[in-house]
Design a protein around this ligand. Sequence first.
Ligand code: HAM
Length: 421
Amino acid sequence: MSGEALQPIRGMSDIAAPDIQLWQHLERVARDILACYHFSEVRTPIVEYTSVFTRSLGEATDVVQKEMYTFEDRGGRSLTLRPEGTAGIMRYVANAGQDAQDARIFYIGPMFRAERPAAGRRRQFHQLGAECMGSPSPAADAEIIALQVHLLQAWGIKDFKLELNTRGLPDDHARVADGIRAALRPHRADLCDDCQRRFDENPLRIIDCKKSGCRAIVEQIPPVTEYMGTEARKYLQELMELLRQLEIPATANPYLVRGLDYYVHTVWEITHTGLGAQDALAGGGRYQMQMGRQTCEGVGFAIGLERILAVLQGQGVNGTDFARRPCVWLVSQGEAAFRENMLLMQSLRMRGIEASMDLSGRSMKAQMRAANKANSRFVVIRGEEEMERGTFQLKSMDSGTQEELELPEIMQRLIQERELS
Ligand code: HAM
């Protein structure tokens, strides 16, 4: 295997200590909060039939046109690595039938987009998402936004910004597309190549273009809400009012449309200035999509976990802050002591105590060095003299104090320590 093959694929990463400790911390905090909001986890496969994504996300979106990892299985069926979580969850909901119609589901896992890797833009990244099924109600939108903001706050993310808009009702979509085309027609030749194509296929995508030339043109035309009926605007107003009551700061951004076509009514994005060009921490919205014969409706969000880590690390938080300290390291001299320590280590572990020892027969000095390196809180020493007396030395690595104890006392002390820590 060449050296290059030992590296993960560009835009994908191994996640190991110390970062993994921060990942696990974020997941632990999130799982507790999600339970308070009565959401339960669903783990869908990472690979789906391609049609699960093309139909729901929209054929004319960047994700479907340029960013999906799609391949054929041996039977010639087109499969895709999931680029996002909502479509797979809706496939699950449609398959589960009536029972899942009012489901509240969350998911945590890897997503794949064949994008050009850059700071904050990865080919494999992880999302924590939540989806709440049910027909449109601003209260449900407010509740899920409150959950999302709660998660960010509990993780310690500071200074994020929440912006909202509406994509209108399905009935509004044709009027919005016609309105954008009419407003942009005089500027058509100045749009980028992608937007020239989008002009006919899906002009809403032009509003989302990140290129500065297109942005300058878009800012001159009326916001998309101008082309919608009153119902969509009223829905957004009600939602803004509910967020005010919940004391969640939010700004209306009439140019926010989001890059996926399943949205109806509310869309939102949470950004953070510490992130640079890829500043979206999270996005969400209300959606409607066809899965087989069923229309799935709901509201949800997804948070990009690599970007959460980047913000936290920028704030000085590190995986080492969440490292677990082994409670005790067992040190032995001679074969008989080693065997007894093996037994003691197993008994301690069975009682929920983190215990370790060297298994390769190294010197006592080397075993003490290993205990120090692991930052163990205690060391239990079983030397030849202790074997003769039927005792153990218990040494606190923090205070340096040492006591000679018998087996029941050692167990009792370490169990007490576990309860206190
Ligand atoms: P999205 O905006 O495409 O929405 O992705 C959500 C978040 O995933 C982004 O805000 C960003 O933090 C992260 N993300 C996206 N692409 C990348 C990438 N290439 N590298 C690193 N992070 C990335 C969705 O996926 C929708 N499914 C959200 C949703 C759920 N809407 C309703 N329900």
